[in-house]
Design a protein around this ligand. Sequence first.
Ligand SMILES: Nc1nc2c(c(=O)[nH]1)N=C([C@H](O)[C@H](O)COP(=O)(O)OP(=O)(O)OP(=O)(O)O)CN2
Ligand SMILES: [Zn+2]
Length: 134
Amino acid sequence: MPWQLNTEFTFDSAHVITGYDGPCGRLHGHTYRVRLELSADRLRSSAHVRRAIMVADFKTLKWAKKDVQAGGLDHAYLNDLLGDDTTAEVIAAHIHGETLRRVRDTLDPGDQGQDLCLKVILWETPDSNCEYWE
Ligand SMILES: Nc1nc2c(c(=O)[nH]1)N=C([C@H](O)[C@H](O)COP(=O)(O)OP(=O)(O)OP(=O)(O)O)CN2
Ligand SMILES: [Zn+2]
């Protein structure tokens, strides 16, 4: 893969790990940090520029930092969006699926995006993170 795009951002959200026997079973919040690594073997156009000069637009990748009322995860109650199991593992997998879906939505008709490979790293606290990729 000749190109790898990396971007990082944070969002602030509340959650409960339902049924967790400890503090994480009570309502609390985190400043989550997200790192996205998207590789591709060719460049593409974006909604903002028609020439094929990007792996994907950073604006597309950073959807999750938007306010929940604008479609992101910032100032969300994550259990409302994801259900009871709001572990870093589940949130990272959700961000992976939603990010790839949004990137694929920007591709030209007929482009399946089969060369695209995404890794998500989600920090729940400064010293604990989860990586998810397919
Ligand atoms: N594998 C996972 N374990 C835990 C998760 C998780 O998502 N995946 N989540 C939690 C809780 O959400 C908790 O808020 C975070 O736990 P922890 O890292 O223990 O948080 P602290 O930094 O506050 O803990 P210290 O005891 O101060 O180190 C728990 N486990
Ligand atoms: Zn937590």
